[in-house]
Design a protein around this ligand. Structure first.
Ligand SMILES: [Zn+2]
Length: 113
């Protein structure tokens, strides 16, 4: 999949089209991701010790990964600040790096946790 956790992505389709957000979680087997602030649904919460009243909260639901593109952060790129397709390129040694198809610069590696 072309998305990893903590990427900043642009949504291309659906009600949240045009919105950008951080990727909170990735489910490669399902091809789905959860993006911060995208695809809110109401969830009904049963009363629990932590939340004695129960109630309803808004939470992000998964969307299909094919509906988003990673945003290129390279300032010289024509598509800077917009979604770009990515490709894998051989880096130093035998490592693979993700690069922007337009400018061929690496997509800024997301900070782990
Ligand atoms: Zn680029």
């Amino acid at each position: 999949m072309h998305i990893v956790r903590n990427d900043t992505v642009e949504v291309l389709a659906g009600n949240y089209r045009g919105k950008a957000g951080k990727v909170l979680s990735v489910m490669p087997k399902k091809g789905q991701i959860i993006v911060e602030g995208v695809n809110y649904v109401w969830r009904h919460i049963r009363p629990s010790p932590k939340n004695p009243q129960g109630g309803r909260i808004q939470k992000e639901a998964p969307i299909n990964a094919s509906k988003v593109l990673v945003i290129c952060q390279n300032k010289d790129c024509k598509r800077n600040g917009k979604g770009v397709r990515t490709r894998n390129k051989l880096g130093e040694g035998a490592t693979k790096i993700r690069v922007c198809v337009k400018c061929d610069k690496p997509i800024a590696a997301p900070v782990e946790r």
